[in-house]
Design a protein around this ligand. Structure first.
Ligand code: BTN
Length: 327
């Protein structure tokens, strides 16, 4: 967990207590003077935190800024690696682009870049990822696993499973996974993942896990012509607004847990969960690879993340890229 200083610890104490924390308790627990506590509270208010002074009792955190902040995300975040450094931006072209540049400059493993909006969000195959402000999650995580480039696609499974788990922990919805990296709710896409890598022949230097989740997007506000596939949001499917902060913290925690398993035990456990959750295992699919199209039954995925599709003549095709749709 990143040490976010006195401000971060104040937020943490507000969260862990029963609401009101006295100035004396803050001063004692933080080891700073009452005047310093007051200055920090003033600073937090100036950054958009609504902190109420409860007469003769202390302070109470009423609400955080509407945008995600590093302080809110890292306060009490019990992760080993993911979130070692969290950068929250109001708007950027693409969080993947920012994270990639930071990683090239040496950013630590676990660095997270989040933006409230993206002006040129990147989707798979050169597509655009719609990224309006205030409603969704756009997040990129830098990892530096000591693996061969061929094995890096396993990390796609990791981020897909983490998003599915986070959806389950914050909503009552049942996410489904579609190879290689789509997450669907009731057959419609709610999240997309774009992992980018910097590698040499033998080893990966770093991987950027790019994660976009439609949380509270009002689907009626989006012209259908902008959507390639039927899309949805958690709000649209569940009928209740999702707390962006709680969702993002849950996601960072799940990413960290899965990455820990990945480093300790290899890719098999994560791939097994991916398969378990997959919407296409044992189903008939149409695979489109540019001009080429074929149909077959999905048998599973191999250890490099390729989809294994059995054709009608019994031959098994190994699919490494392309679009896959249920028939
Ligand atoms: C897809 O096409 O399904 C992948 C979409 C990935 C979108 C996310 S949003 C955060 C990160 N930054 C980007 O520019 N893209 C990814």
């Amino acid at each position: 967990m990143k040490d976010s200083g006195v401000d971060g610890r104040i937020i943490e104490l507000f969260r862990s207590g029963d609401g009101v924390v006295s100035g004396a308790a803050l001063s004692r627990l933080l080891g700073v003077s009452r005047t310093a506590v007051w200055k920090h509270v003033k600073g937090l208010r100036a950054s958009g935190y609504l902190i109420e002074a409860v007469p003769s009792k202390g302070y109470r955190l009423v609400s955080s800024p509407k945008v995600l902040t590093q302080l809110d995300l890292s306060a009490g975040l019990e992760t080993k690696r993911v979130g070692s450094n969290i950068i929250c931006l109001k708007e950027t072209e693409s969080t993947n682009k920012v994270a990639f540049t930071l990683a090239e400059e040496g950013a630590a493993e676990g660095t997270v870049v989040i933006a409230d909006a993206q002006s040129a969000g990147k989707g798979r195959l050169g597509r655009i990822w719609l990224s309006p402000p205030g409603v969704n999650l756009y997040c990129s995580v830098v990892l530096r696993p000591a693996i061969a480039p061929m094995a890096a696609c396993q990390l796609t499974f990791l981020s897909v499973v983490a998003v599915a788990r986070a959806i389950e922990s914050c909503t009552t919805l049942k996410p489904q996974i579609k190879w290689p990296n789509d997450i669907l709710i009731n057959g419609k896409k709610v999240a997309g993942l774009l992992n980018e890598m910097n590698a040499e022949t033998e080893k990966v230097n770093f991987v950027v896990l790019g994660i976009g989740v439609n949380l509270n997007l009002d689907m009626a506000s989006i012209s259908e012509s902008l959507l390639r596939h039927p899309a949805t949001s958690l709000l649209q499917e569940g009928g209740v607004e999702v707390d962006r902060l709680a969702f993002t913290r849950a996601l960072l925690l799940e990413l960290d847990r899965l990455y820990d398993v990945f480093l300790a035990e290899g890719e098999a456990p994560v791939r097994a969960e991916w398969l378990e959750r997959s919407a296409i295992k044992g189903r008939k699919v149409k695979v489109s690879q540019g001009e080429r199209e074929f149909t077959g039954m999905v048998q599973g995925v191999d250890s490099f993340g390729a989809l294994l599709v059995q054709l009608s003549d019994g031959k098994v095709e190994t699919v490494l890229s392309g679009d896959v749709a249920l028939v």
